[in-house]
Design a protein around this ligand. Sequence first.
Ligand SMILES: Nc1ncnc2c1ncn2[C@@H]1O[C@H](COP(=O)(O)OP(=O)(O)OP(=O)(O)O)[C@@H](O)[C@H]1O
Ligand SMILES: [Mg+2]
Length: 342
Amino acid sequence: MSRLREHLSFARVYSTILITSGLVFVVLVSIFLSFSISEVITLTILAAFFIIAALYYIGEKRLKEINQLKTIIDSIRNNRYKSADEIKLSKRLIELEGDIKLMFMRTQNDIANLKKLEHVRTEFLGNVSHELRTPIFAIQGYLETLLNGAINDDEVNINFLSKANLHTIRLNNLLNDLIDISMIESGQMRMSFRYFKVKDFLENMANEMRPLADNKNLEIAVHPIRGKLELFGDKDRLRQVITNLLSNAIKYTDEGKVEIIVQEQSKTAKIIIKDSGLGLAENDRERVFERFYRVDKNRSKAAGGTGLGLAIVKHIIEAHNSRVEVESTPNVGSEFSFVLKK
Ligand SMILES: Nc1ncnc2c1ncn2[C@@H]1O[C@H](COP(=O)(O)OP(=O)(O)OP(=O)(O)O)[C@@H](O)[C@H]1O
Ligand SMILES: [Mg+2]
């Protein structure tokens, strides 16, 4: 009896329409065939039986379908499905099955992305703490040694102080890079795009970096650039890009030269920073734009690097709707380039 009630209650939405149609049927048939009262009563009872049987059948079907849906929702909630193919509904619900599968895949995707983000965040925090700890420990070490008496030792005091000073500069650089990265990634970095003269810009940059190159006996060669060539971009941010690329080219080159080349096309121009240095193996080439990635940690660290330079370069160039390309051969040299609009 309770089963009957349950099934009927699941078919409730259909009861009004079935009862109304049944009544209309009984009335019309009775009028057409001029039924007597007893015939009308018999027909009504028959129709009622039919309606109850139909409602029972519909209710049973709906109950089965709703139970299937409940099981699926329950399984999704309890992470029981490995893939969307395990989600199966009866033939009549095939469209719904497709929608549920889509929803399942989207949720799986979102979860995977969240996990990846969480991993990146943890890794980033780990890297930041590590990078901060190194200079802080060094500064602490020098200061303690000085306080413990080395301050009076004229042979080391200035040396220790200037080393501590170098580490504070490193800390400052690291913090500036971190602020840049977080501003860019949170979309807070305001860009100001204008046309600017490329020749003056790049020649000035080469002059600024020349002392660094001179220290390593490297030449910085600027290939001829058309005096009137103007490109569209954020000059201050591009200054940061070129500084990073040139300082890398100098840092990771032992002999030869660093070249600045501008290749003009009809609507764009490509800026290339080329060196004759260490070069990059293929798997490093793909990874150098990752935050904190350094091919040779010791070498980069000795040069004061934290591995954030190229990550910032990539972001800034992408904000110009462009991409940084890298071509490189180990022990021959590297070429970093990007295209800007004329
Ligand atoms: N021109 C280059 N030639 C060879 N290797 C390079 C060159 N530029 C970058 N690399 C490699 O890519 C790594 C990442 O470069 P990136 O500029 O991001 O960091 P960094 O120079 O180590 O430190 P930072 O720029 O933050 O001071 C470097 O550590 C270096 O190993
Ligand atoms: Mg760098």
